[in-house]
Design a protein around this ligand. Sequence first.
Ligand code: CA
Length: 226
Amino acid sequence: MENRKILVIEDEKPIADILKYGFEKEGFQVQCAYTGSEGFAMACKEPPALVLLDWMLPDIGGVDVCRMLTEQYRMPIIMLTARGSVEDKLYGLESGADDYITKPFDLREVIARARTILRRFDKARGASEDDSFVCGHLTVVEREHSVYCQDRLVNLTPKEYELLICFLKHPRQVFTRTALLDQIWGYDFTGDTRTVDIHVQRIRKKAELDGMLVTVFGVGYKYVPQ
Ligand code: CA
């Protein structure tokens, strides 16, 4: 089902209320947070379709919240601010925001721009579905070399990524440590099989694969989907 959730992070309650009113009238579900940390926590708990984020917040600044969110999630963000200089705009966009609206704003314009971004985002997501596959709670987008756990981007090194893909593409197949070393690190690799153990432990934790990426004692590892 289409995600119609909007998260408003704005410390000025009257402005948050106006946005909530406007977007709800258009059929969106709106949640409001009044500090950066509260907003970040809400976005992590229940990733919205779009975030409207105020620049000046009492605790964590909007630009930092934006960076924290875009590091972990792919959700579009519109920055709201009373400032309007070109430098600020560039800074806001560099932090990962998709658009930038200055206050005072026209509610209809905010809604129109939000719709445009949501459409663009849905399209991009649709296009990348061609080379993506789902394994339980994980979504792999091969072109991006990215793995998502629910909507959270799993932060993997290139070797961890290759190793994880190898397991996901061969469910229930047992791999010996030597076979994995050969396959992922190549025959020239001079390290020992403990390298494999360390990498397996890391991807187990990062991709939440406890009980799925299992040790086969005396042999190696296998991925058992649940
Ligand atoms: Ca503010």
